[in-house]
Design a protein around this ligand. Sequence first.
Ligand SMILES: C[S@@+](CC[C@H](N)C(=O)[O-])C[C@H]1O[C@@H](n2cnc3c(N)ncnc32)[C@H](O)[C@@H]1O
Length: 262
Amino acid sequence: MVLDEEAQARADVWKCAFGFIKSRVTRIAAELKIPDIVKNHGGPISVSDLSAAVDVPADELYRIMRFLIHHRIFKKAERPESKVSDDVVYYTHTPLSLLLTMDNVGPLMLLQGGSDRMSMGIMKVLKTRNRPDCKTPNGEDTWGDPGYATKEFTDSMACHARVATSAIIQNCPEAFRGIGTLVDVGGRHGMAIAMLIKAFPWIKGITFDLPEIVAKAPPVDGVQFVGGSMFETIPKADAIMLMVRVNDQYYLNTRDNYLCTS
Ligand SMILES: C[S@@+](CC[C@H](N)C(=O)[O-])C[C@H]1O[C@@H](n2cnc3c(N)ncnc32)[C@H](O)[C@@H]1O
């Protein structure tokens, strides 16, 4: 297999795993009747007008629309000259969004884009910013959700780390030159660091994660495990690694949901 085919296969496997996101987001848009509202507005609609029409906070809606624009379901538009407003973001329809209205194939999207139960959960998060299955009051973050403590979650992160880290080792070895100590923040059970110190044996590797996660991590040769929260302190090192963490920090801070950050 030539490298290009391998790279394509890696991209394709992500599409297989996360392909559902596009149909879920499109279903949510259809359920909120965004295609109908944009079509009937009589010109480009601002994010604040759309937010008022669908009763979803503008920042959440902005991210949904950004996703849909990326997939060419809507288009960004200039502010109409007749409008005097602070809004800088405006949307307009496309041939695809016109197909998604309720008098067109919108009802099919509602049927095929995921269950009503799933949609109710997402809708509640969008409108209230609270995940129904997760205690978020009193400052408890989404990582308190028992789903994140399961073996399935750990295994899925380990296999992701294995694939991503081998690509990093293969394609960016120069990035590790001169690094004495490397800390992987949110490194779970140490898969990435274990591979990196094996490939670059001069590096001293630290895996940093929440105390309850680190407490369950089986020992890995040459890897030091440190428990704590990155919002308080992280171990001193020459370099910090954050893999699948930047988005997470966003939803830790905003008490958000997977849909909008994915
Ligand atoms: C999505 S997983 C990513 C795991 C790994 N980096 C990878 O790419 O496969 C995010 C990790 O961040 C950890 N985490 C969550 N909040 C954290 C915090 N405040 N400080 C340190 N780690 C945290 C979680 O326990 C989890 O293991």
